[in-house]
Ligand binder design. Structure first.
Ligand code: COA
Ligand code: AMP
Length: 633
């Protein structure tokens, strides 16, 4: 069956389509019904069934002949180490850690925050939670203590699982002070922490609160898999919204395993037993889905990579890993390929490696620009597939279903809607736009299994953020169009979310931090185009009356403030002091116009602008930090 037939099979009878795909998963009690309509435009999947996420990703493979197959390859060019963990070893390690959590009183439904670098223990931690039905919330290591505390307050974890440090090139990131700081800031306090001591920088454990990852196992019985309902939350993953408060995307257990299993063969074109590599981080959705759950549920070997595309040690790292570990399907962000291309434009590093067994490169997380796709295709000699999805969907919404049928690639389009997604382009009134015309991208409800059923602790926000604008649809927050052949094009966000190096960030959150500076009266943050990272945040600061300190000092403090409060991942390095911000007569800041100015692009003067002269002032200020017309020419 090809793509069209599969998509139509789903359209004709979604219930039996999803029940049939559910057969790829092992159930304690199989589902009799796929979709559950909970009213008020909310839906759940496989709610009548019982299963366990860890059993499906690990134990069943041990029982079905894959015990000695490698489950995880850890490759860390930063530490110069490599290791392999089999499914059997993984099961035993996870059961031991789950035993510790259980012995400490953790039970089904309790939340656990995980703050770990890219090491196998991060996967061990996620699946130990799944084993006992605890709900994990992984926080990316590049977030600061304040962001960690916001998440602790929201999901109220009983435990934190963490490593003593993370490793960035040339820098050890001590996690313990961040964890201590976050717990101090948070109003909710976890009962205990389990800390993995890394030799690069061990830490002092806090008595009465912290347990050592390995010592805590002594004398503790390993834990068995606890059956959970299909709609039991597997995890909460916080993602950026328009405001400073992150959204806790909830993922239910059964739906995501079913959908992820399907995607491994049909999208990523791998057979069980083969090596699949997503070069992302467990702190992002790509890491949850395609480093941890999807490859493992499908019986693939997954690569946990602790390094960067360049500089660890060179632009050949990706290609070395692909050859050395026999990676058949590789997934990364366009930024990473741009970084490699910048360092090695003629692909000299790539020539050192045999990549003949690699089938394809998959790109997602941000817009894949045609230059990057063409370069990668040329250098690698394999198809390069752009595909589009988001934290909320958990798996690709639009992709080239290469394992089902290799559709012709149209550069600039991530290709077509995956089964389960009825994607439409709407105008502001919610009417469908004709083919080829730009509009808001929305998905007709219900969303398929694996997608978010709600936001943690915030059902009203879930409705307001995603369901209210276009009744009957999920609003993706992206704008784009569909062409005559049904190919979908993603052009831009419709909100204040920006994408910096494949990382989703909120300009609103940065504005909240800047506004907290005592000398800042008003501010705005925009995403200016960046040749490497796609976008880069730029702050505009209007100072309070009477402030006469040097502007460089205030800018430096603001940069430090964002780093301290959001984290280095915000990559907030540029800000300018201006007298006023350009606004409409009704007082709305003209952010889109400021983006055009920063990018040095021509634009039409907004009819509603209050005082066009401000734009000249903004241009001058941008010129001072190397942005705007001059920089572009
Ligand atoms: N822990 C602590 N700090 C982190 C971190 C982590 N896990 N990840 C990133 N940071 C820090 C970096 O060290 C950097 O700090 P600095 O300001 O002191 O230099 C800052 O956050 C910004 O990081 P990043 O945006 O990654 O920029 P970079 O200049 O270090 O690297 C790239 C540039 C292109 C090599 C890098 O962004 C990259 O590999 N991008 C791919 C992203 C990706 O895979 N995304 C997954 C989504 S699919
Ligand atoms: P995240 O939730 O962090 O995965 O970010 C999701 C957002 O990244 C999407 O809503 C898009 O704005 C953007 N994005 C992801 N993949 C693509 C893609 N292939 N093309 C364009 N934008 C993308």
């Amino acid at each position: 069956m090809g793509y069209r037939e599969t998509y139509e099979r789903w359209q004709d009878d979604p219930e039996s389509f999803w029940l049939e795909l559910a057969e790829d998963i092992d159930w304690v009690e199989p589902p009799k019904q796929a979709l559950f309509d909970r009213g008020n435009d909310t839906y759940e999947w496989y709610a009548d069934a019982k299963l366990n996420g860890c059993y499906n990703t690990i134990d069943r493979h041990v029982e079905n002949g894959r015990a000695d197959q490698v489950a995880i390859i850890h490759d860390s060019p930063i530490t110069g180490t490599k290791s392999h963990v089999t499914f059997r070893e993984m099961r035993d390690r996870i059961a031991a850690l789950a035993g510790v959590l259980k012995a400490q009183g953790l039970a089904k439904g309790d939340r656990v925050v995980i703050y770990m670098p890219m090491i196998p223990e991060a996967i061990e931690a996620m699946l130990a939670c799944a084993r006992i039905g605890a709900v994990h919330s992984v926080v990316f290591g590049g977030f600061a203590a304040n962001e960690l505390s916001v998440r602790i307050n929201d999901c109220k974890p009983k435990a934190i699982l963490a490593a003593s440090c993370g490793l960035e090139p040339g820098r050890v990131v001590a996690y313990k002070p961040l964890i201590d700081g976050a717990i101090e800031l948070a109003t909710h306090k976890p009962d205990f922490c389990v800390i993995l001591q890394r030799e690069q920088q061990p830490c002092t454990l806090t008595e009465g609160r912290d347990l050592d990852w390995y010592e805590a196992r002594e004398g503790v019985a390993p834990a068995d898999c606890v059956p959970v309902e299909g709609n039991h939350p597997a995890y909460i993953l916080y993602t950026s919204g328009t405001t400073g408060a992150p959204k806790g995307v909830v993922r239910h257990t059964a739906g995501h395993l079913v959908a992820l299993y399907w995607s491994m063969k049909n999208v990523y074109d791998v057979e069980p037993g083969e090596v699949f590599w997503a070069a992302s981080d467990v702190g992002w959705v790509v890491g949850h889905s395609y480093i941890c759950y999807a490859p493992l549920v499908h019986g693939n070997t997954t690569v946990v990579f602790e390094g960067k595309p360049i500089g660890t040690p060179d632009a050949g790292t990706f290609w070395r890993i692909i050859e050395e570990h026999d990676v058949r399907s590789f997934f990364t962000a366009p930024t990473a390929i741009r970084a490699v291309k910048r360092d090695d434009p003629t692909g000299e590093e790539r020539k050192k490696y045999d990549l003949s067994r690699l089938r394809a490169l998959y790109l997602a997380g941000e817009r894949a620009d045609p230059d990057t796709i063409l370069w990668a295709q040329d250098v690698l000699g394999v198809p390069v597939y752009d595909h589009w999805w988001q934290t909320e969907s958990g798996w690709p919404m639009v992709a080239n279903p290469a394992g089902l049928e290799r559709l012709p690639v149209k550069i600039g389009s991530p290709t077509v809607a995956m089964p389960g997604y009825d994607i439409r382009v709407l105008d502001e009134a919610g009417q469908e736009k004709p083919r080829g015309q730009l509009g808001a991208i929305a998905v007709r409800l219900p969303l398929p299994p694996g997608t978010l059923p709600t936001l943690w602790n915030a059902p009203e926000r879930f409705h307001k953020s995603y369901l209210a604008t276009f009744p009957g649809y999920y609003e993706t927050g992206d704008a784009g169009m569909i062409d005559e052949d049904g190919y979908i094009y993603i052009m831009a966000r419709t909100d204040d979310v920006i994408n910096v190096a494949g990382h989703r960030l909120s300009t609103g959150a940065m504005e909240e931090v800047l506004a907290g500076h005592p000398d800042v009266a008003e501010c705005a943050v925009i995403g200016a185009s960046d040749p490497l990272k796609g976008q880069t945040p730029v702050g505009f600061l209007c100072l309070s009356k009477g402030v006469d300190r040097p502007h460089e000092e205030i800018v430096a403090e603001c940069v430090q403030r964002v780093r301290d409060q959001i984290g280095p991942v915000a990559a907030f390095k540029k800000a300018v002091v201006v007298d006023r911000l350009p606004k409409t007569r009704s007082g709305k800041i003209l952010r889109a116009t400021m983006v055009k100015l920063a990018d040095g692009e021509d634009f039409k003067l907004p009819a509603t602008i209050d005082d066009p002269a401000i734009l000249d002032e903004i241009s001058v200020a941008l010129g001072e930090v190397g942005l705007g017309k001059k920089a572009a020419s």
